[in-house]
Structures are given as structure tokens and as C-alpha cells.
Design a protein. Structure first.
Length: 414
């Protein structure tokens, strides 16, 4: 009996390595299976992490490209926080509303926008609306300027009663867009003004041309029937006078068109201003009323200047012509002040009827006439200002109604 037990024990001992080997193989198989399973799970998690990282990069790229900022508003604490801010700052100021309340953030806006922006935010925070969209101006604290922003927001989280708990929003700076809108508005206004001026120009120029033209046609048609030499000469003088008027109107229109289109370049000439003024005073002496004197005020014996001679001559011609035309008694005075800072001031003063204050700037408009009964197309002063601008200067007027006017020309003289 004992021997049989010993024999069985010996057999079991012989089988033990095989059993252990089998257990070891099973354990290895289970370990390998677990490793494969864990590897697949790890790979899946890595792919998910990579996707999240890629999503964040794309998310930030989109925000950066659109120059957006992302912010949250915690209704419980009543404060704003920024998650990311991709607005283009440059050297401009951006209001940092991190940790600010609604009232504090709204007070940073331009006063013109405070009320409507504050009301829209309050409606969203209190749940009266689901969405928020506002365009507003933000004050720059260190100067008087403003910049434009546009914001969108919506309710991101509500409590069990449906009340807003968290609000998420975006803000972007839109200065470029507002500048473009303003440019489009100005372009439209210019186009409308240009159309209005074109219509006004055609109406006025038609009237101005028709007046002397009717006289020329009318007097010419009756001229063959006139036998009296004196009467015939009178008609010829009237025809000649109206021909000259018609020619002046056409010349004035051509001059304005050439200068404004830039087709006529400056021709700089050096000459003595004293000689030019004396020449024009002599030319208009014969047109003066008997009760009017024309004098010059020349503070220097000679003043040699360099500018466009023909344009300055044209300015003086129109100013002196108007002074003579509107002055029935008193004096017409022409002169200049000593040059300063490379510029000279020339003036023409008269003791005529003067210009009312409300019309002193309008006299430089085309076809504007203070007195419709005085001959002229109303282009002379407009031409003076256009020509002065082309020389780098300006023409202004000082006047009192009933006391006379003083037209002042300031131009550079190199």
C-alpha cells in the first residue's frame, strides 16, 4: 500500500513541470491579450488627444484670423472674464473687462452707446432675451478718440428655474469696416452732390449763356433794317459788348475745368509784384465811377516774387473787376503786406455795398450772386479761389454790409 502511494507521488512529481509550463503559457497568453487590449485603448486615447489638440489649434487659428475675443459672464458673481483675446491691439487701447461688472464695462463705452448697450446686456442677463448683438464705440482713456467693436452673446447655461447662470460671447474690433462704411457713405454723398452740381451747372450756364446770346441774335436780326448810322453803331456796340460777355463766360468755365482736371500745369515765373499791381490799376482806372478813386499801397519799392504769373493775374483781374463794379463812391485800394515765412498777402479793398455775413463764404460758390441785377455769371470769385488753391494759397473776404469789402489773397512766393 505504501509503495503504491509512493509510486503515485513520483508520477505527480514527473507531471509537475508540465503543469507549471501549461500554467505559465496560459498566464503569458492572458498577459499578451491584456497588453494588446490596453495598447488599442491607449492608441484610441492618443488619437482622441491628438484630435483635441488639432481642434484647439484650428479653433485658435479661426479666432486669430477673425480677430475675435471670447468672454464669459458669470451671472452669480456679476463679472466678466476673457477666455481668449485675439483682437488686433497694435498701439491702440482695448478695454480689459476681466473681473468688471456690467455697469463698469458699460461706463467704458462712448456716452452715445451706453444706454442701448446696457439695456441689451440687462435683457440678456435677466433672461428677457436669448441673444445679444450690439455695435458700439469704446472710449480710449488717454485721449479723446474712440474705436469700434461688435459683440454677440447668448445664454450658455441655465439653472433649474430656467434663469441664466452663464453667458458666453464674442467681441471683435471693426474699425476697418466702419471706415469702409464711412468711405462708402462719403462716396455716395459726393456722387449725389456731383449730380446736383451738374444739374445746377447746366441750368445756370444755360441761363448765363442765353442772356448775351439772345441779345446778339436779336440785335443782329434787326441790324439790316437800320439805316441811321448812329443807331446802327449803337447796335453794333451792344452786339460787341454781349459777345465779350459770352466769351468771358466760356473762358471762365474753361479755366475752372482745366485747373480742376489737372490738365493745366503751373508755369512758375519771376516778376515784380509792384509792376503787376500798377499795370492793373491803370487798366481799370477808366472803368471807375466819377466819384471813386483807385489807389495802391505798396510797402516796398520793389518786390520780386516767383509764382504762376497768369494765374495771379487772373485773380487780380476778377477782384478788381468786382471792386469797380460794386463801388459807386469812395475808394478802391490795392496793396500787399511785406512777405513773411515765404508767403505774401495781397488785398483789394473797396467801399462798395459790402456782403452780408451769411453770404461771405457763399460768394465763392459757382454762379452765386449777391445781387441778381448786377451783370456777371457768378464765376469770378470761384475761379479766384480755385486758382489760389492751385498756387498753394487761398482767397478770403472781410466785409460789412453797407461799408465795403476786403478780399485777401495769400500765396507762397518761393
Amino acid at each position: 500500500m505504501l509503495l503504491s502511494h509512493i509510486f503515485l507521488a513520483v508520477q505527480y512529481l514527473e507531471l509537475l513541470p508540465q503543469v507549471l509550463l501549461l500554467l505559465l503559457v496560459i498566464i503569458l497568453i492572458v498577459f499578451i491579450w491584456l497588453q494588446v487590449r490596453y495598447g488599442k485603448q491607449l492608441k484610441s486615447e492618443l488619437q482622441l488627444l491628438e484630435k483635441v489638440g488639432k481642434h484647439n489649434i484650428e479653433y485658435e487659428f479661426v479666432l486669430g484670423a477673425m480677430r475675435l475675443s471670447i468672454w464669459h459672464f458669470d451671472v452669480k458673481t456679476g463679472t466678466f472674464t476673457f477666455e481668449q483675446d485675439f483682437r488686433e491691439k497694435g498701439n491702440k487701447y482695448f478695454a480689459n473687462v476681466d473681473g468688471m461688472s456690467v455697469n463698469e464695462s458699460v461706463s467704458a463705452l462712448d456716452p452715445r452707446d451706453e444706454e442701448h448697450v446696457g439695456k441689451s446686456l440687462s435683457d440678456l442677463i435677466e433672461g428677457r432675451t436669448d441673444n445679444y448683438h450690439e455695435i458700439y464705440r469704446v472710449k480710449v482713456p488717454y485721449n479723446d478718440s474712440v474705436y469700434w467693436e461688435e459683440s454677440y452673446a447668448t445664454i450658455a447655461e441655465r439653472d433649474t428655474d430656467g434663469k441664466p447662470v452663464k453667458i458666453v460671447g464674442t467681441t471683435m474690433r471693426i474699425d476697418d469696416r466702419k471706415a469702409m462704411e464711412e468711405a462708402l457713405v462719403q462716396a455716395r454723398n459726393r456722387a449725389e452732390e456731383s449730380d446736383r452740381l451738374k444739374t445746377s451747372f447746366i441750368a445756370n450756364i444755360s441761363h448765363e449763356i442765353r442772356t448775351p446770346l439772345n441779345a446778339i441774335v436779336g440785335f443782329t436780326s434787326v441790324l439790316p433794317d437800320i439805316e441811321d448810322a448812329a443807331e446802327r453803331q449803337s447796335l453794333l456796340d451792344l452786339i460787341h459788348e454781349n459777345t465779350q460777355k459770352l466769351l468771358r463766360i466760356v473762358d471762365d468755365v474753361v479755366n475752372i475745368s482745366k485747373i480742376e482736371s489737372g490738365k493745366e500745369e503751373l508755369v512758375m515765373t519771376t516778376f515784380d509784384l509792384n509792376l503787376l499791381l500798377d499795370q492793373y490799376v491803370s487798366r481799370y482806372q477808366k472803368d471807375l465811377n466819377a466819384e471813386v478813386q483807385m489807389t495802391t499801397v505798396l510797402p516796398m519799392d520793389s518786390l520780386v516774387i516767383t509764382t504762376d504769373y497768369s494765374r495771379l493775374e487772373e485773380i487780380l483781374k476778377h477782384l478788381l473787376s468786382n471792386a469797380v463794379k460794386f463801388t459807386q463812391q469812395g475808394v478802391v485800394e490795392v496793396g500787399y503786406h511785406k512777405p513773411a515765412d515765404g508767403r505774401v498777402v495781397i488785398w483789394v479793398r473797396d467801399t462798395g455795398k459790402g456782403i452780408a455775413e451769411e453770404n461771405q463764404e457763399r460768394v465763392f460758390e459757382r454762379f452765386f450772386k449777391v445781387d441778381e441785377f448786377i451783370p456777371g455769371a457768378g464765376l469770378g470769385l470761384s475761379i479766384c479761389r480755385v486758382m489760389a488753391y492751385s498756387l498753394g494759397g487761398n482767397v478770403t473776404v472781410e466785409s460789412k454790409l453797407g461799408e465795403g469789402s476786403k478780399f485777401i489773397v495769400e500765396i507762397p512766393i518761393q
